[in-house]
Design a protein around this ligand. Structure first.
Ligand SMILES: [Zn+2]
Length: 457
């Protein structure tokens, strides 16, 4: 290694510059940054030396893809790729057809390196760029990547990598959805015993995202569109530092789609099977009063899960009923509400429903008040199977859907709703699927697949 150091020192002004910076560094920060620059220069030279050595080996030429005749070398041609350490250059033999066919250049050496014909940046640089873009805007991702590699990276390049990887994720998902629709169920994700024994929680919510107007043009009025997000998780117990045991979503998986409930449905089902809906000891669907979501539950999950109406949402409606019936400014209204809420929570929802039914019979109740009380009664009655809160508590199930909704909001809010952000449908979808891959733990597998199957810039 000392030999290498000596020889590089004499050969290369970049190494001399960074060694000088190392010697002159005063603070620890300066020292580390200089060492980092030095390490990059050395890394590039080591890689280039290995490549130069390998490129001298004899080349095995495949037959011409057009006519089948043998290929000839037209000599050594330079190639450059931007890597995490900076730009790397090497020279290698490029082939052409001995019969003069007009074919793309054939470069067995690059193929052996796993490079695509027009790839200008290395896979590990692209993967890191995609990972950063999952959390921060493209301009910031490009800047951070530039700091790390010591070479400038354009936001446009990061954007392109995300589009490609996102497209790959969407294609993979489509393949899985097609398989499910023809009757093939996916294999459940392996779980540790403790998690496998915990209840599986399902839920969904809608989150609005700002899009560019039709056609994706930057001009014009922002169009808000709803993203449907579903969450699937095991209900974990966690002891805080003060010793309190709190419920927490563990092994969280998210699904999301730009579209309505009906396009969310197969995605949520696919992931539910993967998360063990067929074998989980308990499955619970948590949701507030949104009609569409309960329809989804009825159509797809009712045979597998206990549906729980968000208790706080139910209580809120109960207050609306109390205020209309007994006049919200009175103690009487507050007292009945307190009593009704207590009975709802502790095992007597039918008593509450009976009170509301009695109220509807009252003579002299104004029509507007009657309408409100009727609405509340209908609402609770429709959800009669989802409001046995005492039982749910005894089973250790949650009765609030807040956890579910905040998981859904987090997926979208954190990255897609920054100040001034407006998305094109394609740009949004690709990044969304990359973000889903990240939060669902499939990012690395995706990027490996991606680097093998798609052409790169
Ligand atoms: Zn040919």
């Amino acid at each position: 290694m000392l030999c290498l150091n000596d020889s590089i020192r004499h050969d290369d002004p970049g190494v001399q510059r960074s060694l000088r910076a190392l010697e002159e560094a005063l603070t620890l920060t300066e020292l580390l940054l200089a060492a980092w620059a030095f390490a990059r220069v050395v890394a590039i030279q080591v890689v280039e030396a290995v490549l130069a050595e390998r490129a001298r080996h004899p080349t095995f030429w495949p037959p011409c893809p057009s006519c089948g005749a043998s290929l000839w070398s037209k000599g050594f041609v330079q190639r450059q790729v931007t890597s995490l350490c900076g730009p790397i250059r090497w020279r290698r033999r490029v082939g052409r057809c001995s019969q003069g066919c007009d074919i793309e250049q054939v470069v067995p050496f690059d193929e052996d390196l796993g490079l695509q014909p027009y790839q200008r940046s290395s896979d590990e640089l692209q993967s890191l760029g995609c990972a950063l873009a999952v959390f921060v805007p493209f301009t910031i991702a490009a800047k951070l990547l530039g700091w790390y590699s010591g070479d400038s990276v354009s936001p446009r390049a990061v954007w392109c990598w995300v589009q490609r990887a996102g497209r790959q994720a969407m294609d993979t998902l489509q393949g899985q959805l097609d398989a499910v629709s023809t009757g093939y169920l996916p294999t459940p994700e392996p779980l540790e015993a403790e998690l496998a024994a915990a209840p599986l929680v399902l839920g969904a919510d809608g989150v609005m995202v700002p899009f560019r107007p039709q056609g994706g043009q930057p001009e014009g009025k922002t169009k808000w569109r709803e993203i449907k997000v579903g969450v699937l998780a095991r209900l974990g117990q966690h002891r805080t530092r003060t010793g309190t045991v709190v419920t927490r979503l563990a092994h969280r998986r998210l699904v999301a789609v730009l579209g309505d409930i009906d396009v969310l449905k197969p995605r949520l089902w696919l992931e539910a099977v993967r998360q063990g809906i067929m074998s989980a000891p308990q499955v619970v669907w948590l949701s507030d009063g949104a009609r569409g979501l309960w329809r989804l539950f009825d159509e797809r999950f009712t045979a597998h899960a206990t549906g729980v109406l968000d208790f706080y949402h139910a209580a809120q409606n109960l207050w609306k009923g109390a205020a209309a019936w007994l006049d919200g400014r009175t103690t009487h209204a507050r007292r009945w509400f307190g009593w009704a809420r207590h009975r709802l929570r502790h095992g007597n929802p039918d008593g509450v429903l009976a009170d509301l039914a009695d109220a509807l019979e009252l003579e002299g109740l104004p029509d507007t008040a009657r309408d409100t009380v009727l609405k509340v009664h209908t609402y609770l009655d429709r959800h009669r199977d989802h409001i046995d809160y005492k039982t749910y508590k005894e089973l250790g199930l949650p009765i609030g859907s807040g956890m579910v909704e905040s998981a859904c909001k987090w997926l979208i809010q954190q990255r897609f709703k920054g100040v001034g952000m407006r998305w094109s449908e394609e740009g949004f979808n690709h990044l969304l699927h990359l973000r889903l891959a990240w939060v669902n733990g499939s990012f690395e597998a995706l990027l490996q697949v991606q680097s093998q199957v798609s052409p790169n810039t």
